[in-house]
Design a protein. Structure first.
Length: 164
């Protein structure tokens, strides 16, 4: 009797994640606002900036987009895996990957997204390399390599060790 009550409470506690996933949708709104704020400030200057500044700004837009995409993946996959299956009516537009990401693939998506975001930041650093001290550049590279190795090891372990 006590054990069943505890198990039901533990299982029901997964719903504590629901407001967190809802909060992630608000974070996505904030990210969209920041994207369009950056775009609004950049458009009037587009004819005045040189090629490297244009590339840096485009990398910033790509970076924001990747973070937004990662947020959507974590929000929907996490809710679907840990809280409740999404009940999407038949005939309604549905993301084709929805329901296909288990915890392991979700970890890999997050890890690979972090590597992609880190790559963009590193590329932005290289575009302004003359303004950066060598020791800081070294740390950027070391941190990026750490992300790459971590993602590789996670993928290797996921594939070779397996999961429940």
């Amino acid at each position: 009797m006590v054990e069943q009550t505890i198990e039901r409470l533990l299982y029901a506690s997964r719903w504590l994640l629901a407001p967190i996933y809802l909060g992630m949708s608000l974070a996505l709104v904030a990210l969209a606002i920041k994207f369009f704020q950056e775009l609004y400030h950049f458009i009037p200057l587009i004819l005045q900036v040189d090629e490297s500044q244009l590339i840096l700004k485009l990398l910033t837009f790509i970076d924001i987009t990747l973070v937004g995409s990662l947020t959507v993946i974590v929000m929907f996959s996490g809710y679907d895996n840990f809280v409740s299956r999404l009940d999407i009516e038949e005939g309604t537009e549905k993301l084709n990957w929805l329901g296909t990401h288990d915890y392991g693939s979700l970890k890999m998506k997050v890890a690979s997204s972090i590597v992609a975001i880190s790559s963009i930041h590193l590329l932005k650093v290289f575009m302004n390399i003359e303004q950066l001290a060598n020791d800081k550049l070294l740390w950027y590279v070391v941190i990026h390599i750490t992300f790459v190795i971590s993602a590789f090891l996670m993928g290797y372990l996921e594939k070779h060790v397996g999961h429940d």
